[in-house]
Design a binder for this molecule. Structure first.
Ligand code: GDP
Length: 337
């Protein structure tokens, strides 16, 4: 299929064209990369924008149950919802996002929703790029909300935080030292902490956990550009679908505030810059790794550093001086858009 026709189909919301495009961006083949870049360029002209909603939580906290209930609520409100997973499928106990057939069964059958399983890829840089491009494709296809899910293995939650307009952390009710289990970085990235399973016997524990997190978030508050009261902690039950409306109201309130204050644009601009720099870093490292002489030199210098004959900084400077990148062809930025 040629790029113009392909992008037209995606813009028109053709799900098969979208699914094929996501497969394309997942490929590492050079010709596929070039095609993907052309397709993304063509689609960027549309300037469509979804709410990118990041969601992180450890296995068993109820992410699938939450996404199913939350996604169904959103589609009932007339919104189109896409769900993408960031984690390499091997990181999931149950295999890929849809490997377990019961995962988001109703939502995956709904024509207003689009669920994409994570590919079996383990390299984080690859996962980040693939997800970023898949998000762009879903936006171009006209989805209103793109939900980006991660179990938060390794650094994947940082990837998701760097991709989302609003970032939500899902946690389970638990005993007193639960707060210790959440990494500081993830707490700082969270706009909303949802304590799930606030139902039945767990209701009281959920309320206590919610109060603990609300207290912890208060300490983080002063350092951020956020409206009054954010970041917040709320109780929800994905099972009973309770608190979901309230959670959505908080998310949209925050999103509107960020748009009005210009933080939305600034955040996306900073993210774009971050990903640009990541791409450059990745490409330079790949180039170094691909060169036999560079590798040999790095091995030699690595020894010298390990034995204390050279400082890490001096050794790195040596490598870079010997292998400074050849001149790069000039490509002008895209016009308009
Ligand atoms: P994930 O690994 O984060 O995707 O978690 P799942 O959605 O697969 O849920 C893990 C377990 O928690 C399942 O047995 C769910 O039925 C249960 N669960 C999920 N949400 C709730 C909830 O709101 N309340 C209760 N009581 N159980 C829940």
């Amino acid at each position: 299929m040629d790029i113009a026709e392909w992008s037209r189909k995606i813009s028109a919301g053709d799900r098969r064209a979208l699914a094929r495009a996501i497969t394309l961006v997942e490929s590492g083949r050079a010709d596929h990369r070039a095609q993907a870049a052309a397709l993304l360029e063509a689609l960027a002209q549309d300037g469509r924008e979804a709410l990118r909603l990041g969601l992180s939580g450890t296995p068993g906290v109820g992410k699938s149950t939450f996404i199913e209930a939350f996604g169904l609520m959103l589609v009932e409100q007339g919104l189109r919802v896409a769900v993408l997973a960031v984690d390499p499928s091997s990181a999931r106990s149950g295999g890929s996002i849809l490997g377990d057939k019961t995962r988001m069964e109703r939502l995956s059958r709904d024509p207003r929703a689009f669920i994409r399983p994570s590919p079996s890829q383990t390299h984080l840089g690859g996962v980040a790029r693939r997800t970023r491009e898949a998000v762009a494709l879903c936006e171009a296809a006209g989805f209103d909300v793109v939900l980006i899910e991660t179990v938060g293995v390794g650094q994947s939650e940082t990837v998701v935080a760097e991709l989302s307009d609003v970032f939500v952390l899902l946690i389970a009710p638990a005993g007193g030292d639960e707060l210790q289990g959440v990494k500081r970085g993830i707490m700082e990235a969270a706009d909303l902490i949802l304590v799930n399973k606030a139902d039945g016997e767990l209701k009281d524990a959920a309320r206590r956990t919610c109060a603990d997190y609300a207290g912890a978030l208060q300490l983080l508050r002063k350092r951020r550009h956020d409206p009054e009261g954010f970041p917040k902690a709320l109780c929800v039950s994905a099972l009973d679908a309770s608190g979901l409306n309230e959670a959505w109201a908080e998310i949209t309130a925050l999103a509107s505030w960020r748009r009005e204050q210009g933080h939305w644009k600034a955040r996306r601009a900073a993210q774009a810059r971050h990903w640009f720099e990541e791409e450059v870093r990745e490409a330079l490292l790949a180039r170094l790794r691909a060169s036999g002489t560079a590798r040999a030199r790095m091995d030699r210098l690595g020894e010298a550093v390990a034995e204390g004959r050279m400082s890490p900084a001096a050794a790195a400077a040596d490598v870079l001086a010997a292998f400074s990148a050849p001149p790069v062809a000039d490509t002008s930025p895209r016009k308009g858009g």
